[in-house]
Ligand binder design. Sequence first.
Ligand code: FAD
Length: 513
Amino acid sequence: MNETPVLIVGGGPVGLALALGLVRQNVHSTLFETKSEIDPHSRALGILPRTLEIFRGWDIYDRFVTEGEFLSKVRVWIAHGSRPAFEMDLGVLKKITAADGILILPQNRTERLLLECVKAAGQTDVLLGHEVKHIQQDNEGACVEVQNSGGETKSYRGRYLVGCDGAHSTVRAELGWELEGKTYPTRILLADIRIQDERDQLPWPVFAPAVPGVLAGLRYQPQHWRLISTLSPGESEKAVLDPSSIDTKVVQLLGEGSHEQLWSSVFHIHCRTSPRFRQGRVLLAGDAAHINSPAGGQGMNSGIQDAHNLAWKLARVLAGADVESLLTSYDTERRQTVLASVDRYTDVLTRYGIGAPEFVRKVTATLVSFLPRLGLLSLVAPKMGMLDTTYTQSPILSGHGRWLGRRAPDGEVTAPDGSTTRLIDLTGSQPLLLLFDEGRLPGWDPGRIKQLFHNIDDLKVILIVPPEVPSTEGAYVASEPLWQIWTPSGAWPLWSDPMVTLVGWSDDRLWHS
Ligand SMILES: Cc1cc2nc3c(=O)[nH]c(=O)nc-3n(C[C@H](O)[C@H](O)[C@H](O)COP(=O)(O)OP(=O)(O)OC[C@H]3O[C@@H](n4cnc5c(N)ncnc54)[C@H](O)[C@@H]3O)c2cc1C
């Protein structure tokens, strides 16, 4: 039986993202997907800033941005109004990220692009029309029993297995786990329609406040609109899915005219998480591990962020790093992020935004509309963009300091050759040590620093100096905003524990270690 380093079950956005993350780490994988073709439905429509940063690191950012519509200003409209009710300028994120907006792109196109990138890289066996029926693991690896669309059954073996097989995950079921949490009483209707007249040019996102419950519309690609509507408690699904009921909603939102109904469905909203994301050599990612309300658009995004977190750890483990610490850290970091951040945020939006009585919703909408006017958007926007993820409880971090376990803020730097670039573009698949120094690191010598981390043979070391200090040879010069964000902690940003190949911060001077 052939053995691949990593077996991936499920070729949705998360399985494909994991395959691509592994490719960027030069790791082969085999991906099994039940369907013979990409799911044609639009589903998740927004790719959020943190996910876009990941795409930047994987060199697919430009391709995605060309394909979708990049929104850095979100203007919210009331149906038939002549002015936006309020505007959220995500440009406030520019100070900390290169991805200061949301990319509107339907999930089927996201999946197609990811699949193209995975196939082009040539390091993944993508087996469409292959359903995983059973899994097994031992001390050395994991096995899957797979049935292809012709009904033939075959077994495959890998050193690690990742279940990215969605909310009804076979892998999770085989591990004996169920998603735990709650189902909201609110049900929502989603309907995709095609509009070919001048109403396609109407501004969006648009809300119709006159109706009971929530009715909203957004345009996810030319001539394609998504309608989102809550159901009243006694309302039957059959009645709201009736084409004439959808027609009425289209008129309420966009006015009279013809349209084509492409797809519609009624959903219950859940907030549920697997009790663990790892058992031995088997891991879970994406909807297989957690599902949450679509309010806030974090479902697919958090799954891709799982994949990003896991890909480099699997690569390091396969290269001989400590299995227990790295894979346990995946479970801890991602599960806590889902529970403490994704679930809480989407829960608030669901309870006060779409599931609340009309009075509460109006108060919520008014408060949200005041955020930009009160100058509070810069506090809220990182949460909306998922840039606030923290791994402070991670077992692989050591040291202390304000930035420990937090996403490193991005910003502009001037390279030694005088060109301007962004800090995020200096990162890649290699481990990176960034040294921020105000001139207190005498005799900057990357060779000597590398010796201190001799067990990380591909370590990249970069020195960053403040704008006003005389330049050190080979150093990158931080822009003023970047320097200001990094320095207030007073801590020394260092690689904290070379024995387990971890990133962290330290208050100790490097020369003392
Ligand atoms: C209508 C709708 C609207 C949504 N809107 C948003 C949104 O606005 N924003 C957002 O972020 N999220 C949204 N979501 C959620 C988002 O679609 C999911 O979070 C996302 O699809 C999760 O990706 P995944 O790869 O984990 O799982 P999936 O997309 O479910 O992919 C799992 C894949 O595994 C395959 N599979 C399953 N079992 C097996 C098996 N045994 N063997 C082989 N293959 C298998 C399936 O065929 C499937 O292709 C929406 C979802 C729906 C349904």
